[in-house]
Design a protein. Structure first.
Length: 194
């Protein structure tokens, strides 16, 4: 069953692009205004919510989006000139840690960068996503907020991995007991049949 995804963005073009890119992968519902989402939450909720951050007046939204896109293209050109993709040792480290721990390291891993949001190409973001790294943008939060984000992720990680560890421990015990019982029953039946 497809997860229900809600996406709120002030530009219809962004909503349409997302819908086209992810057609048949989600059950989607789109909103142009944060207040519409709040109203909809009174009668239900999605499995996941994508929320744009900036909402401008309709007549200015596309103009502002285009100006930002132009600056992004300038930064991407600079990133290409600096060959930043050849200097992603942190991405490689995160991938190697994932590999070393069979994609389940016993600790959360953060991509902690000030430059990545501006100069990293899609391939770098893709690699970090596949490696399961959490994002924490250097210099974007107060120290208190950074600690809160790190601690929240750590609590979520411990909860998830604690549950997984308990399940595996109990499952191994279950397998051991059922294996022993199966052997014992087989032994008794074989003895009776002699």
């Amino acid at each position: 069953m497809e997860p229900t995804l809600w996406f709120v963005d002030d530009l219809d073009s962004n909503l349409l692009k997302f819908e086209t890119s992810h057609r048949n992968k989600f059950k989607m519902r789109f909103f142009n205004n944060p207040n519409e989402v709040l109203a909809a939450l009174k009668t239900g909720h999605p499995d996941v919510l994508l929320c744009d951050i900036y909402f401008f007046e309709k007549d200015k939204a596309q103009e502002i989006e285009d100006k930002v896109r132009t600056k992004v293209e300038e930064l991407q050109k600079l990133a290409s000139e600096l060959a930043v993709d050849k200097h992603q040792a942190g991405v490689t480290l995160i991938e190697e840690i994932q590999s070393q721990f069979n994609n389940s390291p016993p600790f959360p891993v953060f991509a902690y960068s000030s430059k990545a949001p501006y100069v990293m190409q899609a391939s770098g973001f893709d690699r970090l996503s596949r490696a399961g790294a959490c994002w924490l943008f250097k210099g974007r939060h107060s120290p208190e907020a950074e600690r809160m984000l790190i601690n929240r992720q750590l609590e979520d990680f411990k909860l998830l991995h604690g549950w997984r560890r308990k399940f595996l421990t109990h499952f191994k015990t279950f397998l051991l007991i059922t294996g022993f019982l199966g052997w014992a029953i087989g032994y008794v039946i074989a003895s009776l049949l002699k």
